[in-house]
Design a protein around this ligand. Structure first.
Ligand SMILES: Cc1cc2nc3c(=O)[nH]c(=O)nc-3n(C[C@H](O)[C@H](O)[C@H](O)COP(=O)(O)OP(=O)(O)OC[C@H]3O[C@@H](n4cnc5c(N)ncnc54)[C@H](O)[C@@H]3O)c2cc1C
Length: 412
C-alpha cells in the first residue's frame, strides 16, 4: 500500500481547525471540515496512519461493543443503532465517491458461540435484532453451521446480514488522500503536547512549535496521551493482534469461511477471522489484557486458529501485527466538545465504521453543522485511571475465568 506522506518543515502559525491524530477518525474529520471551507492542519506524532487504522483486521459492521440487549434498553438506543448503520453506510459511500480500491466485500457478520450459554445469548440477540431493531439476523444450530464455516467446537452461530470486509490500510490511504485533496495539510512526526485557551480559540503546543486554531479535534483513540488528560482518563488502550496465513490452496481457503462472512466469537477473549481475496486466513484476537509481545500473541493466536481449524495445523504464518484499540467504561464511543476542544474517541475495537463516521460528524460539527447523535451521551471517566492501566491484568484474569466457566458449563 502506498501511504501518503506527511509534510516536513515548520508548522503554520495558525489554522481554523487542528486535528490531533491521523487515523480514520482524524482524516475523516479533516476531510469534512476542509470540504466545508475550513483551513485544516492534521498533527501526527508518528508517521501518517501509524495507529490502529493501518493495522486492523478490516471487518466493517454496524453496532457497538455494548450488547444489543443493553443497547435497546438505553435511552435513544434505537437511534444510536441507526447511527451505527449510518456509519457503515458512510464507509461504503466514501469508498464509492472517492473511488478507493480496498477490496470491499459485503458478506455479513457471523457470531459464533464457543459455549452453550453464548448460544442462548446469541439466539436472544437474534430475536432482539429482528424485533427491536428490524435487522435481518438468523440463528444457526451447530448442525447448520457447516454451510457457513468448517471450524469445530462451536455451539451455534448468529448471522447478521449487514457487515463486510476491506483492506484496512488501503481504505485509510484512500481516505487520507481524499482529505489531502481538499487542501488538508498533514504533518507527521509532530506530537501535540498540550493546549490552552487563547482568546476565542486555542493555542496548541507541539514538538515543532505552537499553532493557534479556532477548534481542535482530538482523534487519538487507543494512543491518547498527556495532550488532554481529561480524554486520556476516559479511554483505556487495549492491545489486539492479527496473524495472516500464507495464501492457501483455493479450495481450502473457500472451505474455511463461506459467503465472505466476517466471523467473531462471543466469548470475552474473543477471536475474529475472515478470508482475504488472495486466499489467506486473517485470524485476530485479544490474547491478553496485560502488555504482551507480538511473538507471544502470534503463538497464542496460532494455537487458537488450529483449535478452531485443526486442518490448518502446520500452515505457515506470513505476517503478524498488532496495535491499540481504545476502550471506554460504558463500551460506547464518544464524541463531544469542551469549549474549543472537540473529541471523537473510544470505538472499542470497531473503529473502521464508527471512527470514520464520528470523525466525519465532529469535523462537520466544528464547521457549523448539527452535532452527531452520539454527542448527547455522558462520557464517564474510568475510576482510578490517569494513563497507566494498572487494572488490566486483573480484568484479564476475571474475563478468563468467566470464559473458562462458560466453557465448563457447556461440557456438564
Ligand atoms: C489488531 C487490531 C484489529 C482490529 N480490527 C478491527 C476490525 O476488524 N474492525 C474495526 O472496525 N476495527 C478494528 N480495530 C480497531 C480500529 O483499528 C480502530 O478502532 C481505529 O483504527 C481507530 O482509528 P482512530 O483514527 O480513532 O485511531 P488510530 O488509527 O489509532 O490513530 C490515532 C493516532 O493518534 C496519534 N496520536 C496520539 N497522540 C498524539 C499526539 N499527542 N499528537 C499527535 N498524534 C497523536 C497516534 O500516533 C495514532 O496514529 C482493530 C484494531 C487492532 C489494533
Amino acid at each position: 500500500v502506498e501511504f501518503p506522506l506527511g509534510l516536513e518543515g515548520p508548522l503554520p502559525r495558525q489554522a481554523d481547525v487542528v486535528v490531533v491524530g491521523s487515523g480514520y477518525t482524524g482524516m475523516a474529520a479533516a476531510r469534512e471540515a476542509a470540504g466545508r471551507g475550513r483551513e485544516v492542519v492534521v498533527l501526527e506524532a508518528e508517521s501518517l496512519g501509524w495507529g490502529a487504522s493501518t493495522r486492523n483486521a478490516g471487518m466493517v459492521h454496524p453496532g457497538f461493543k455494548v450488547s444489543v440487549a443493553k443497547l435497546v434498553r438505553m435511552p435513544g438506543g434505537r437511534s444510536l443503532y441507526r447511527s451505527s448503520v449510518d456509519a457503515y453506510q458512510y464507509v461504503r459511500d466514501v469508498i464509492d465517491s472517492e473511488a478507493i480500491e480496498c477490496g470491499f466485500v459485503d458478506g455479513g457478520q457471523l457470531h459464533l458461540a464457543p459455549a452453550a450459554s453464548h448460544a442462548r445469548a446469541l439466539r436472544e440477540t437474534g430475536r432482539l435484532y429482528r424485533e427491536a431493531l428490524g435487522v435481518d439476523a438468523k440463528f444457526f444450530s451447530p448442525a447448520d453451521l457447516g454451510n457457513e464455516v468448517s471450524c469445530s467446537g462451536f455451539q451455534g452461530g448468529l448471522l447478521v446480514a449487514t457487515g463486510g470486509g476491506l483492506q484496512p490500510a488501503q481504505y485509510w490511504a484512500g481516505l487520507a488522500r481524499a482529505a489531502l485533496s481538499r487542501g488538508v495539510r498533514a504533518f507527521d512526526h509532530v506530537r501535540a503536547q498540550g493546549w490552552e485557551p487563547d482568546g476565542a480559540g486555542v493555542r496548541v503546543a507541539t514538538t515543532r512549535g505552537d499553532i493557534r486554531a479556532r477548534d481542535v479535534i482530538i482523534a487519538t483513540n487507543g494512543y491518547s496521551d498527556a495532550f488532554d488528560p481529561w480524554v486520556r482518563r476516559r479511554v483505556i488502550p487495549i492491545s489486539s493482534f492479527v496473524i495472516a496465513t500464507v495464501p492457501l490452496p483455493p479450495e481450502l481457503s473457500r472451505s474455511l469461511v463461506q459467503n465472505s462472512r466476517m466471523v467473531i466469537t462471543a466469548n470475552n477473549f474473543l477471536s475474529y477471522w475472515r478470508t482475504t481475496g488472495d486466499g489467506r486466513l486473517l485470524f485476530g484476537g485479544r490474547t491478553s489484557f496485560a502488555p504482551t509481545s507480538l511473538a507471544t500473541a502470534r503463538n497464542r493466536l496460532y494455537s487458537l486458529m488450529v483449535c478452531a481449524y485443526p486442518q490448518l495445523q502446520g500452515v505457515e504464518i506470513d505476517r503478524s501485527w498488532g496495535g491499540n484499540v481504545g476502550f471506554t467504561l460504558d463500551r460506547m464511543p464518544h464524541v463531544g466538545r469542551r469549549g474549543p476542544v472537540a473529541y471523537a474517541v473510544g470505538c472499542c475495537g470497531s473503529g473502521i465504521a464508527l471512527g470514520s463516521h464520528l470523525g466525519a460528524g465532529v469535523g462537520a460539527w466544528v464547521a457549523g453543522e448539527d452535532p452527531p447523535v452520539l454527542a448527547e451521551q455522558r462520557f464517564p471517566a474510568v475510576p482510578g485511571y490517569a494513563g497507566r492501566p494498572w487494572f488490566l491484568p486483573m480484568a484479564g484474569w476475571y474475563y478468563q475465568v468467566r470464559d473458562h466457566l462458560d466453557a465448563r458449563g457447556s461440557r456438564s
